[in-house]
Design a protein around this ligand. Sequence first.
Ligand code: IPM
Ligand code: MN
Length: 378
Amino acid sequence: MATTPAEQAGTASAARTVKRVAVLPGDGIGPEVIAETVQLLEHVGARWGVRFEFSYGRIGGGAIDEDGEPLPAWVVDLCRGSDAVLLGAVGGPRWDRNPPHLRPEAGLLGLRKALGVYANLRPITVFPALLSSSPLREEVVAGADFLILRELTGGLYFGQPRGRVQEAEGTAVIDTLHYTEREVERILRLGFELARSRRGHLTSVDKANVLESSRLWREVAERLAPEYPDVTLQHLLVDNAAMQIVRNPRQFDVVVTENMFGDILSDEAAVITGSIGLLPSASLGESGPGLYEPVHGSAPDIAGTGRANPLAAFLTAAMMLRHSLGLPEAADAVEQAVAAVLADGLRTADIAREGEAALSCREMGDEVRRRIQGRDDV
Ligand code: IPM
Ligand code: MN
């Protein structure tokens, strides 16, 4: 991996043995998967000689209920004062009818913006043990291994003006797709860097045949390309990219794209791995703590049933150990333990096939912890 500024900060803090982690469990299955993840980290800490200091904050629906807003200022302060932020998920039907600024999602978007985490890394890897869990054919998904790099603090999600307006013909709505050249360049540069640290292939996804923002995006990508002669740059229109991801996912190494396209393509790519319950993500800024959240949502339909899959949250914790806490070997150990439970045939409900027993969230947590190799073991 290329070293991002946040990662350098992480390495610097490796000298300290105390790692401060802000924990925002959130709504739905968030608290269940995060409880298992905190236990996993405690276990990792004990095996690797690191002390984690967890401080808890509220975000999303829970914060709306308790604090009257989805992202209270004290939570932003808590996050800013930590080495990394671990978040579960936000949202649920309870708050679906709230006005936009009192929706749980507003808390998440506000936190991303407040922390300036413009780069969202969503790795898509296939576990050999789960090849048959994907609805796609095994020969299509086998060996797929790519990284979606999603711009996270610009574009349609944040552009102004937005809202409802009255026009002569009646109600109209506005969303604005806004990017500065600087924002585009910084995410594309990271794309080149990450591609350089992997297999040297960068796919830039846009809609340059229609959108002005995409034309600038493509221009900047072309301008930067000569600085990275070891990286092959390819442009793909987003509609074609959506098709290629399920047609032949092995062709991708790093896929860099704007906020909304990245949101959509990363859910689509989850199909390759068999379950969105397996996808981790890391959001990094130019400085300050990284934000770590599984790609899955709050899954209100199964919240409280103990059926949630904690593996995405575990893999997310691995990304946190690697990118913000300067503990790459502990990260490897977590990833290997996750691969090991899957290889041993253990499944949660989302990835169990008919007739296969499904472990609860907690049981899966126990099994992964039991397989963690520590520094003392080598
Ligand atoms: C994601 C989610 C969020 C997003 C929602 C919950 C606001 O879908 O992280 O992909 O659209 O970014
Ligand atoms: Mn999404």
